[in-house]
Design a binder for this molecule. Sequence first.
Ligand SMILES: Nc1ncnc2c1ncn2[C@@H]1O[C@H](COP(=O)(O)OP(=O)(O)OP(=O)(O)O)[C@@H](O)[C@H]1O
Ligand SMILES: [Mg+2]
Length: 323
Amino acid sequence: MPSTPLSKEQLRPFLSTTLNSTDFGNIGQKITGKVRDVYSQPHRTILIATDRQSAFDINWCTVPLKGQVLNQISAWWFAQIKDIMPTHILAVPDPNAMVVKPLRILPVEIVVRGYLTGSTGTSAWMNYAKGVRNFCGNVLPEGMVKNQKFTEPIITPTTKGEHDELIDAKGIVEKNLATEEQWKKITESAFALFKRGQELSAKRGLILVDTKYEMGLAGSGELTIGDEVHTPDSSRYWVAKSYEERMSKGQEPESLDKEFFRLWLKAQGFDYGKPKTAITDDVRLMLALKYIDLYERIIGEKFEIPEEADVKGRLEKNLEAFK
Ligand SMILES: Nc1ncnc2c1ncn2[C@@H]1O[C@H](COP(=O)(O)OP(=O)(O)OP(=O)(O)O)[C@@H](O)[C@H]1O
Ligand SMILES: [Mg+2]
């Protein structure tokens, strides 16, 4: 573990050089995602992790060095799971970018949950609290409380579209989102990935609470894990040490992921249709520290602050070989 944690002051210079968007005309056809800029070439795709911070499907602000944290955590996890199933990684030429195999991503988000939690409309807790007891084909027992562990992890898929909608195995096959055979393979792989994720996180004093995987078919037709793996944007992480005590006091677990920001927004009175909450520089720095803290806990190494603030210039140089 790092001995001297970073301070807000060390990150302040990066507030003005965050990566909000990129415009590299020469590395492929660009599609702008919520967080990443995706450049497609015929035989490879370049994923650039920007510093955009989204929550509740809204883009709120940029967070210093968040793209680097996301990309590096994802790259690290891809290396830890590559024996479980083929991954899309081809190269990681820059702290903010990965070069991947282009996949035909299946239009379903594979959500695996170890705990009854969440704050969005498709989350397990929000549905359970409304009285739902059959959640995406999983029968949930009566009497569970928020943030309680499930006996076994469950898969709660959503369709991947404008707005995510809950679906079950039957619906996936009926809507041709995946074949029955593919879905069987997908769920088996997803449980194995999640198990590995939970085991390695536990070694670092973290609970991998839940996550979302995206899988697709490579040119060869092989089922491949794409997108991002176990990042704080696609997953929830809690601090293991304080979990039991906080649960017994009825407090929220100590979270090191995007949920922290969602809860903060809700505490500020966020609701759809209401005017957007202002995100101050102080909040942006606090979020940056959270992300970096998570990086250091997961990877077990000190986060390297870039020497140069010019992330765009560095990216351009590092992507030169991938034009
Ligand atoms: N190997 C791959 N081949 C093709 N597309 C990919 C691959 N890996 C990830 N993607 C896609 O790249 C995009 C990443 O960007 P980002 O996560 O910011 O988008 P998003 O707004 O979450 O979009 P979406 O709602 O489609 O997930 C996603 O649409 C993801 O499905
Ligand atoms: Mg995404």
